[in-house]
Ligand binder design. Sequence first.
Ligand code: UT7
Length: 324
Amino acid sequence: MKACIAGTGSYAPARALTNADLERMVATSDEWIRERTGICERRIAATGEACSDLAVQAGKRALAAAGLAATDLDMILVATCTGDYPLPATACLVQHQLGATNAAACDLSAACCGFVYALSVADAYVKNGMRYVLVIGSEVMSAITDWTDRNTCVLFGDGAGAVVVGASDGERGILSTHLRSDGALCELIMVPGGGSRTPPSDKVIAERLQYIKMKGNETFKVAVRTLEEIARTTLSANGLRVEDLDLYVPHQANVRILKAVMERLGLPIEKVLLNLDRYGNTSAASIPIALDEAVREGRIKDGSLVMLGAFGAGLTWASAVIRW
Ligand code: UT7
């Protein structure tokens, strides 16, 4: 018995922030950002638009695509590192807004790997008899971005993507998921202030510790290594070759990371979903947004073999392979 993806949806805030806009905010250039990252623009949530607002829109679209009502859901998982509040879980706000009166709801924190981690949880629950789980990756990265730090502020964007996971009626479905972590590398990407170790204070604000800090160059190298390694593990666990894949949908962090991974795996660019030029790095939202675009554009069809690959803060890295 397998779990499958019964519907996808996504939502991006209306406002686009271009590289030209960033040139007016920090010492950077459109040329540097395009060449070093592949990003041209990113979407930014409106004032007052929070993680759950984006998540609800993506969730509604995924439910519509699956032909289901919110009351059909048994569980809502929101993968995010930018929830509306430290407490309660954003998933509970989504549950209420959707009217998913039969659903359990909780958040999952695994940064950019959050969606793939949550998908693996949904997969396990559905295999154990749960009917429908709504998995959402939703992020308002603009809220934890230091808009005075050119090392990070050019990278991130806001958005949400969602999938409904239900029981498969045949061969299609999630073939396997693979999750890894290495907390020894926790300092590569971190929001150092605002949590229980360094609670909010004037000092936190003065030192801008409530924002993302990243050792970009070191992260880059680990990302290439871990994405290659987990892709190979995933393929071999399923007796598959790279050539068997119809589409690789990676976390959208940096086009140079992805090109290095493609080269190492021998994966042609036509088989890789790249949309970071338009969204930047939307953390846990990047893979489900990309999946939804691929489905709606016909790049993923019934029977397509799709591999996901993610890495991010923690560090965590994760993958899944799906027969659509
Ligand atoms: O999903 C979370 C996972 N995170 C990631 O995947 C991020 C991984 N890392 C990266 O994507 C890249 O490391 C970055 C895009 C963040 C940086 O690219 P890089 O090629 O590794 O550049 P660098 O950090 O080695 O910096 C090169 C130069 C430095 O100047 P000097 O020291 O050579 O004079 C930086 O100060 O580029 C400078 N720089 C910039 N220049 C213009 C850094 N940011 C900018 C900027 N505009 N925005």
